[in-house]
Design a protein around this ligand. Sequence first.
Ligand code: ADP
Ligand code: ADP
Length: 226
Amino acid sequence: KGRIEIRDVSVSFGGKGQRTQAVSGVSLEVKPGDFVSVIGPSGCGKSTLLNIVAGFMVPTQGAALLDGQAIDGPGADRGVVFQQYSLFPWMTVRKNVEFGLKMQGLGINARESKARTLLGLAGLLPFENHYPDQLSGGMKQRVGIVRALATSPQVLLMDEPFGALDSQTRTVMQEILTNMWQQLQLSVLFITHDIEEAIFLSEKVYVMTARPGRIKAEIPIPLPRP
Ligand code: ADP
Ligand code: ADP
């Protein structure tokens, strides 16, 4: 479970007269449990592809599939993390994580225990009763990842999640993410413009070019994991 397929997707924006093709004929695959990155210059269509897999956008042509089923909207089977933190500032760290579980109708005890398990994995348990404003950028983004994983999705979609962090924090976050990916056996689709980050994290890297956005290369990174 957790297979993502993008099949021959093209995306155009704008109406008559000023229609521009943002993405042209892109196909890619994330096999269950794989960590796949997409890199490329600004404007090559990375976010557009991620938004399609997240179910926030519909392609002009082609399709995105999750485990063989056409994606037709957002769902709790896909966790999403963006560069900006998007935590609820009026909720504690744990309440932020519990939010999606509450929406699923999970009882208070089950929510709390699920949230605490995941917070523990991310080293955030000492901060469960803090508010987002009391945390550093890296910690907030850690909460964002935990919140995206709260509903036990098989798939984690990340759009430049560490782009706003300093390089030292970024390294720490990459290690935490690798650890969570391994423990939870997630399929990850990860967007970055940092080739070093892509190589460190991924088992496969797709390289895109812009105007229109296309896949230029598909690079396997067959290094064994520690
Ligand atoms: P990336 O994430 O690689 O920077 P995006 O997917 O954000 O690229 O954008 C791809 C192209 O599509 C860019 O040229 C961008 O300007 C254009 N684009 C993205 N979203 C919209 C939109 N809502 N309306 C018009 N053009 C858009
Ligand atoms: P940055 O401040 O560069 O974003 P991190 O998010 O990685 O760095 O935080 C570095 C460390 O500082 C954390 O692992 C944690 O131990 C500590 N820390 C961060 N925020 C707080 C806080 N609000 N209270 C106590 N310790 C914190």
